[in-house]
Write a protein that binds this ligand. Structure first.
Ligand code: EPZ
Length: 455
């Protein structure tokens, strides 16, 4: 095996990815207290932002997940010195940034989509960037056309080759007027990370405004950037010549918090999620309450629990912020199999994000996935041509099964399903869950789940 690949695998082992299989004896409510740390979808971008500074950055509340490890490796091959003075803290020193060999980038990128966000910072620092073929969760076609169009608009020359993409900016990068066809999270971050040091002003229309993006903007402002968020998804970025490092505590992981909340509800349990905050979870909390879940908001976290009364069906559409996040639907669907009646979940962000329901059906759930959205008087107009609908009829009793995890959020929903099921389930490929859920095996133990792990 190639030593670079071996290194990448060892990196995975450092965050507890060695377990590949977990055998769960279901039927026990999850009970107890766990803590969520910084959001995967901010921390990884904040790490990339450190490349833009001319002094070191300090990032706090960094979770031990494999996506962080992937970005750390990618930064290190580009000459960034990364150290961890304390657990959950990263110091990132970009003063010796250098070009990396394509094979190194490719080996470390693994299945991550983060490398695309290295483009702007590397173009500013080195005048060129290489991007390998991109991975990420298998949840449909995940194009990067918005990213490349924005980079071209700001002066980048994009050469697509056999191994990946090579970018240069012979005349430097400049501000531009960009309108995204869809408020893409990644493309908004791409524009932010590129425009902050481009010459002139960039106007970005139809930008994504997720809380993690607002936190990235806060970081860039600490570094010396001038960014104003205007009404109606418009962001202005005034380019500056140089940026310094930052000190920042990452926003909490609201996707992880929502996942444990759904796990508490589905298993008829009671889980206090330390670090969860109300503001960024408001849309989730409304749906959680409509389904019949209960929660108590405290200063240091949120207690999520099943109040002992029957769960109710809901109609939900995933959407960009401030809508119901696409990453929240998979764990919630498991709880909806327990609700008395017919629930409908419309997925409007990705075109193939119901693959995980196959395993739930195998476990006894009554779910029908429709390739198109369903017309209904209670729903807003269909949002995107790619939308699909899952119809969940409950309540159903789930039984144990052998399941293979397809992707990060789907995988977590399989864990929950197995925890609620009667009998024993074997879930394989669980390593993928470590991409976004810190120490999930330890947390399951803390919450009293009955399981064993095998590598
Ligand atoms: C981010 O993905 C998150 N990933 C996803 O989290 C999350 O589901 C998603 O945003 C939506 O909130 C990270 O932050 C690392 P998008 P991203 O660009 O940025 C289309 C998880 O489980 N599109 O907002 O890749 C795209 O196909 C993950 O934590 C284009 O067509 O999402 C999709 O339909 C999975 N062309 C839609 O936009 C492009 O160039 C939204 O994607 C880019 C996107």
């Amino acid at each position: 095996m190639n030593s670079l690949v071996e290194d990448a695998q060892k990196a995975g082992a450092r965050v507890g990815m060695t377990a590949d299989k977990i055998v769960i004896n279901g039927g026990k409510p999850l009970q107890g207290r766990i803590r969520v740390r910084g959001a995967k979808n901010l921390v990884t971008k904040a790490m990339v932002a450190s490349l833009l500074g001319d002094t070191e950055s300090l990032l706090r509340d960094v979770p031990a997940i494999s996506d962080v490890q992937v970005v750390r490796n990618l930064l290190e091959v580009h000459g960034v010195l990364v150290s961890e003075p304390e657990s959950g803290e990263l110091v990132l020193d970009p003063r010796n940034v250098k070009s990396a060999h394509f094979a190194e980038i490719d080996a470390f990128a693994g299945s991550s989509r983060i490398p695309i966000l290295f483009c702007g910072p590397l173009l500013h620092q080195l005048g060129e960037a290489f991007i390998p073929d991109l991975g990420g969760c298998r949840i449909g076609d995940r194009p990067i056309d918005f990213h490349l169009d924005a980079l071209r608009a700001m002066g980048a020359i994009v050469d697509k080759g056999y191994e990946g993409i090579h970018l240069t900016a012979p005349d430097g990068l400049h501000g531009a007027n960009i309108e995204l066809p869809y408020p893409s999270v990644g493309a908004t971050e791409q524009v932010l990370l590129t425009a902050v040091r481009a010459k002139g002003v960039t106007e970005l229309k139809n930008a994504a405004i997720e809380p993690e993006i607002m936190d990235l903007i806060a970081i860039l402002q600490k570094m010396g950037a001038i960014i104003s968020v205007e009404p109606n998804r418009v962001i202005f970025i005034e380019g500056v010549e140089s940026l310094r490092g930052y000190t920042h505590t990452a926003i909490f992981d609201r996707n992880e918090a929502a996942s444990w909340a759904s796990a508490a509800l589905a298993t008829e349990g009671d889980v206090f999620v330390e670090g969860a905050k109300q503001q960024e979870l408001m849309t989730f909390l409304n749906i959680f309450r409509k389904v019949g879940g209960a929660f108590d908001i405290e200063d240091d976290g949120i207690r999520f629990y099943h109040p002992g009364t029957p769960l109710k069906p809901v109609v939900v559409e995933t959407d960009v912020h401030p809508g119901f996040m696409t990453d929240w639907q998979q764990p919630l669907v498991v709880a909806l199999t327990k609700a008395e009646g017919v629930s409908i979940v419309h997925e409007t962000v990705y075109e193939n994000r119901f693959g995980f329901t196959e395993a739930l059906i195998e476990m006894g759930a009554d779910i029908t996935v429709h390739k198109q959205g369903l017309e209904s008087v209670t729903r807003r107009v269909p949002r995107r041509p790619l939308e699909q609908a899952a119809v969940i009829t409950g309540p159903t009793k789930l039984h144990g099964a052998d399941v293979h995890v397809p992707d990060l959020r789907g995988g977590f929903s399989h864990l929950i399903a197995a925890l609620t099921a009667e009998g024993r389930s074997t879930i394989s490929n669980v390593g993928i869950i470590s991409r976004g859920y810190e120490h999930f095996i330890d947390k399951l133990k803390t919450l009293g789940a009955d399981f064993s792990v095998a590598s």
